[in-house]
Design a protein around this ligand. Sequence first.
Ligand SMILES: Cc1ncc(COP(=O)(O)O)c(C=O)c1O
Length: 368
Amino acid sequence: MELRPDTEIVHGGRPQGAGSTLNHPVVLNSTYRAGGPRGYGRSGNETWDALEEVVGTLEGGEAVAFASGIAAVTAVLDQVPPGGAVVSSKPIYMGTWGQLEERAAQGRIEVRYVDIADASGVLDAARGAALIWLETPSNPTLEIADIAAIAAGRDAGTRLVVDGTFTSPLLQRPLDLGADVVVHSATKLIGGHADLLLGLAVGDAACAEAMRAHRTDYGAVPGALEAFLALRGLRTLAVRLERAQANAAAIAAFLDADPRVARVLYPGLVAHPGHAVAARQMAGFGTMLSFELVGEPERATALCQAVRVLGHATSLGGVESLVEHRGAKDWERRMGTPPGLIRLSAGIEHPDDLIADLGQALAAACGG
Ligand SMILES: Cc1ncc(COP(=O)(O)O)c(C=O)c1O
């Protein structure tokens, strides 16, 4: 029986049969007795399998777990042939951008930067390219790419990769829209509790085989405990998303109405340039937003230092709301992120407490 995603995340990947444990155990093990299907722990682990089974089913492909999101990104970028062109926007997650820049500086790849919100511009730039990298919504500026339009218009040999970290498999299914590979930092929404690092890459069987070979050969293996925790986090993703998305929408509306706020970037706002595409390709507008204050960029730092309920920290996708003055980071400036940009990850607290906290932090940073 085919289950809805909200049910699949609860029941998938569990041992079956009388007397079996309900949860897949944490298999802490480095080697297997000879003669069976498994040999050495770097090639596979039963706890990874349980997580991969659920995420693969949700995405409609085969999932491979890695030690971190950036390890999954690395495994995908390592598939680009020498001299191949990669099309991407910027700003994107700084670790991915850093790899693109470094690989280009070493002459290993060519990078063509585009505006991912402009599908025809992406397609023009992607002629003859090896890979299109779409981080949608993008980190930290929440740009939206039309995955289906780009998938349909690209050259046959151009691989389309979507970083779905901001959506999780429950809000966007890129493989259904024509993408070849989806990567996730499961450190974020999938794990959901800021207590683990883990990554996932999902594609067809051939892609998964290449990903698994990369993981085994280069060693970016997840810990069994991390895989267990990621699956435990995933079990509650649907309900976490419900509250966190409602909080994000409420915060976006609150900030948007405040004269001390210059601009709010949230795909759920009708004025967001990617709103229509997001409404079509996402099952919800997500838990992330960014905003800028009127006045000096230093006000953004002051706001982040003034919050008391929200946390002031990097990262995102957890039960706890976080803010960060992303625009103050050197690498963000180099990617073109506005200097005053604050990124906000909405958690699952009561919305009134979050809005009251942001209200007092706005007063502390901007007066009024
Ligand atoms: C969009 C995106 N992709 C990839 C990563 C890398 O994931 P990890 O920190 O799990 O290595 C991050 C981390 O913030 C991210 O935001």
